[in-house]
Each structure stands twice: as structure tokens, then as C-alpha cells.
Design a protein around this ligand. Sequence first.
Ligand SMILES: [Zn+2]
Length: 204
Amino acid sequence: MVADRLIKAGETIIVERPLAIHPALIPEFSDHPQGRWGLLEDAYEASFQCLGEREQSLLLDLWNCKPLSGTLGNRLSGIARTNGLQSVFTRSKHLPHYAGVYPNISRCNHSCGPNAAATRFDDEKMAMTLAARRSISPGEEITISYTELDGPHAARQDELKTKYLFTCECKHCKPTKPSRPKRLSNTLIGTFPTKLSLPVSVST
Ligand SMILES: [Zn+2]
């Protein structure tokens, strides 16, 4: 996702409702032969039919880094586990933590120095806000973090490798090198996986 204009720090970039959402804590039901993931797959397969054709297409278009078994439920569950963003129902005392999959926000790539964050979930409106953490220039990719940012670099890399199967090579993960003469220096280009870049129509 790429900014199509200057976005100021703190500004709302997009507000959108999830395509799908599931509890962050999934109990291990002993009566399901495939355990907790089988349970999630069944739930996603059943609920998928309730979505419109466009929403189904948007959901299936998202990146999936989880193992594939070939069933629709497995694919949908993998997409949800790859792209789910923490969505907290603050008014729920018993089960407040969910993972929501969003049509545009979930397409944002990771950076260890992200320029945006999707942390404001309004459980009354069932909508997530993506907001700028700093000023974002036109043409700049809008990024979020898939991990906690205050941990050490090694812990971040471990989490990204385990959960999302990639090694982050953003500019914040590059080792600091001694300065070279100007003619020898190169521009560092992040090579983390690109999901899909879409221009953003910004509305507040
Ligand atoms: Zn990084």
C-alpha cells in the first residue's frame, strides 16, 4: 500500500471493517480430529459462504504463509493466521482479544520502523483505524509492524521467521557499516516480501 499524497503524523489513513475475525485464543477441543486448527478451518469454511463475491475475492487474494492441505477451510484459516491484526473488544470481559483480517490494512508490509500503526479498533463500529506514526511522503510505502517494537532485534527476527517465514531486511535490520567514500556507497533497498501495493484513497 502506497501513499498517494502527503499524510501528516497522527492522521487517519483508512478506517475499515474486517472481512473475517476470530478469537485470538482458540481452545484445543479434543473432539475435533485436527485439533484447534481444524476447528478454525471448519469455522472459516462455514462463514466464508456468508461473504459477498467481492469480499470472498479480497480475502482469498491475501498472502498465506501457513502450510496448505488443499481444503478451502485450511486456506482461509492460513490467510487469517497470516494477516490477522489484533482487534480488542474492550467492552468484553470474557473474550476481548480477536484477530481481524482487513481488506487493505492487512496488505501493509512489515517494517521494524513502521510509518503507520493499526492499533485502534472500535468495537462499537467494528472498524480498525490505520493511522500515521509519522509524516508519510507521497509515493512512500505504508508499513506496519508485525511484532512488538521494543524488543531486541534477534527476538523480532525470530518471531518474523517463525510466524511469517521471512527474514526482515528493512533498513532498521541492516547491520551498521563503517562509512565509505561517497562514490562506493549504495542505496539500501528493503527486500522483505511484497504482498500487494495499492494506492490509497485517503478519507478521514
Ligand atoms: Zn526489520
